[in-house]
Design a protein around this ligand. Structure first.
Ligand SMILES: N[C@@H](CCC(=O)N[C@@H](CS)C(=O)NCC(=O)O)C(=O)O
Length: 248
């Protein structure tokens, strides 16, 4: 089978989730840059891209030899895991899979709100996200963190038990970006179990390679990053990705 194409940019949380899955399995892929929200030639709202991914969002996966394309990060994560036999993160047991699927559905409008409430307003000023929307997104995120703290992570090391699963990858790309080491836009003091989990997730293979873009961008709590900083973060992230993939 030819090398799969992943459309997106390293700044995108759901794109990072798919890149992490590939990298932790040392599985080659080609990242083709697509500008989220743009109607331009390399944009996610361009007709050519919409033909592959009708939702007009990144990520999108393409298998060049069959022409098969698939949008939606969680569909891509489960598809890749099933077709490659990556049972370490998506166990070959219907009930275990169903529990992971349940988290992946729950994630939207809950944990995913981290991006809309806290990160996008700082780095995507062009979106002009209304204050009321940001506040409601922050509330949803905090409620989701309470759920993670008191249920999923109260007894387990990772969301589904002792091992990392797709649920953790999907959750971390949202929650992890808020850490003091990265954007530093959320206070996790009230969530000791979440803090422990964040530290454990940072040791999962592929974490550092996928999060270079955030480490480079740094703290955005006080002010939005300069365009130059974002550009350089992207360049460093793409260079790291190239080096990582060359090692597979
Ligand atoms: N539900 C989608 C959401 C993907 C998403 O929101 N991607 C953003 C970038 S992080 C995007 O493509 N936005 C462009 C747009 O909505 O026009 C998934 O999980 O893949």
């Amino acid at each position: 089978m030819s090398t799969p194409i992943l459309y997106g940019v390293p700044f995108s949380q759901p794109v990072r989730a798919v890149m992490w899955l590939f990298i932790m399995h040392k599985s080659p892929f080609e990242l083709v840059l697509i500008n989220p929200g743009s109607k331009g030639d390399n944009g996610s709202r361009n007709p050519g891209y919409l033909a592959k991914c009708p939702g007009g969002t990144i990520p999108c996966l393409e298998e060049p030899d069959t022409g098969f394309t698939l949008g939606e990060a969680h569909a891509i994560l489960t598809y890749l895991s099933r077709t490659n036999g990556w049972t370490d993160v998506y166990p070959d047991d219907e009930r275990a899979r169903a529990k992971i699927d349940a988290y992946l559905h729950y994630h939207h409008r809950n944990v995913r709100e981290a991006s809309l409430g806290l990160v996008a307003p700082k780095i995507r000023k062009d979106l002009d996200i209304p204050e009321s929307f940001q506040e409601s997104a922050k509330r949803n995120l905090t409620n989701a963190l309470k759920t993670l703290e008191s249920s999923y992570l109260a007894e387990n090391k990772f969301l589904m038990g002792d091992e990392v699963s797709l649920a953790d990858i999907a959750a971390y790309v949202e929650i992890g970006q808020l850490r003091p080491e990265f954007t530093n836009v959320y206070d996790f003091s009230d969530f000791p179990n979440v803090r422990r989990w964040l530290n454990d997730m940072a040791k999962v293979p592929g974490h550092d390679e996928v999060h270079v873009v955030l480490a480079e961008m740094g703290d955005i709590s006080e002010q939005a990053p300069e365009m130059e900083t974002m550009k350089n973060a992207n360049i460093t992230a793409l260079k790291t990705l190239k080096e990582t993939l060359a090692g597979f």
